[in-house]
Design a protein around this ligand. Structure first.
Ligand code: KG4
Ligand code: ZN
Length: 364
């Protein structure tokens, strides 16, 4: 089954073509246009500008991804498009493109929840280029992906827009058991990075400086960690970082190199302790066979190592799955993979009814 994935919920326009079957997935082609350079000067994503950039990028990217198919007069079997949650300005562009192509090619559409995509990003594991055995398009090489989530599963999705714990009893049955009450983990990284004068998105820069710092140097709070639920809150941590900077480097927030690395390491450690602590607490209650971590913050090296180590120690029989670095960030391949599981159940949305839903909750 050839699936064209479309993702435009935030600041990446991404298109991917995958070949999906019960044996696994092959990414045949993928193109992503990042808007980071455009939003950098505003210190965050500006929705109106994001919408315009998606509108400019989406058709050229689809054309590039589909190019090798022109001669074969080919078309995908299915379109999988992120329909929510996310920025309405971006979602609408992807959804309108999906509707148009569905009408034009007369093929069905799967509306994919963005969080569903991040969950399935962990199934794109082996990035080695492999020869395809696609009968229709034998010329194409693909990247192999394997399906290996065992249910029940527990997923921590942490990104710039989301921090959620999701219990997945079986495929496509999601229950949100925890969420952030204010800022998302990536948003907290980005806002504190902005105070330090780093460009958007600042999460990767903080984690780079953190590598050589002392994570015990500054005692930042671990919000909600001792609460008897699976919710998060990062606004207080952001405020304590601000107060610490105001006390220690008034006006400029300019830190000496050693203090900067210690600040970054201590701040990063506070976020990691909360994310890992809450995930393990949820795992204790729900006893999942697989623990999944996805979303942009899942690209954080120390977070990956810590959660892996602690899962292996405390819940040794469970499978721990994280995406490859490239697939932790928003991408269309994960949307196509998530779309596959709906397509095999014929869970399609007629193009006339397809709508962007910025508040779409994954729980059903
Ligand atoms: O999933 P994603 O690409 O977009 C959203 O759906 O938000 O995630 C982007 C977020 C940004 O907040 C970025 O700062 C954060 O992921 N991020 C990181 C790291 N790499 C990306 N945060 C901490 N450490 C990193 N290494
Ligand atoms: Zn995302």
């Amino acid at each position: 089954m050839l699936i064209l994935g479309i993702e435009s919920s935030c600041d990446d326009t991404s298109i991917a073509l995958i070949d999906a079957s019960a044996r696994g997935f092959k990414i045949l082609a993928e193109k992503t246009a990042s808007q980071i350079e455009v939003h950098k000067k505003y210190g965050g994503v500006v929705p109106e500008i994001a919408g315009r950039c998606h509108a400019e990028q989406i058709l050229p990217l689809i054309e590039k991804v589909m190019k090798p198919f022109d001669s074969a007069q080919g078309k995908p079997d299915i379109i999988a498009v992120t329909s929510g949650p996310g920025l309405i300005t971006g979602l609408m562009v992807g959804v309108e493109a999906a509707k148009t192509l569905s009408y034009l090619w007369n093929i069905p559409v799967v509306a994919v929840n963005h969080i569903d995509g991040h969950i399935h990003s962990v199934e794109i594991q082996n990035s080695k280029k492999q020869k395809t055995n696609n009968i229709k398009y034998p010329c194409l090489a693909g990247r192999q992906a394997i399906s290996n989530i065992q249910y029940p599963a527990l997923a921590l999705i942490a990104s710039g827009g989301h921090t959620e714990l999701i219990y997945i009893k079986k495929e496509n049955h999601y229950k949100k058991i925890g969420t952030t009450l204010d800022d998302a983990a990536g948003e907290c990284f980005d806002k504190v990075a902005k105070l330090l004068g780093f460009d958007y998105p600042g999460g990767p820069k903080i984690s780079k400086f953190a590598e050589t710092g002392n994570p015990q140097a500054i005692k930042f709070p671990r919000p909600m960690l001792d609460k008897n639920n699976f919710d998060f809150s990062f606004a207080g941590l952001k405020t304590s970082a601000l107060y610490w900077l105001s006390d220690n480097s008034p006006k400029t927030y300019h830190l000496k190199p050693k203090t900067l690395t210690d600040f970054c390491a201590s701040f990063e450690q506070a976020i990691i302790d909360v994310l890992v602590g809450k995930t393990l607490k949820a795992a204790g209650k729900y006893q999942p066979k697989t623990i999944i971590m996805g979303g942009g913050v899942a690209a954080n090296k120390k977070l990956r190592e810590t959660l892996k180590e602690q899962t292996n120690t405390l819940i040794p029989n469970s499978l721990f799955l994280i995406p490859q670095f490239a697939y932790a960030m928003d991408n269309a391949a994960m949307i196509a993979v998530a779309g596959y599981y709906h397509a095999i159940k014929k869970d399609f949305t007629p193009w006339q009814k397809l709508k962007a839903d910025p508040e779409w909750e994954i729980t059903r």
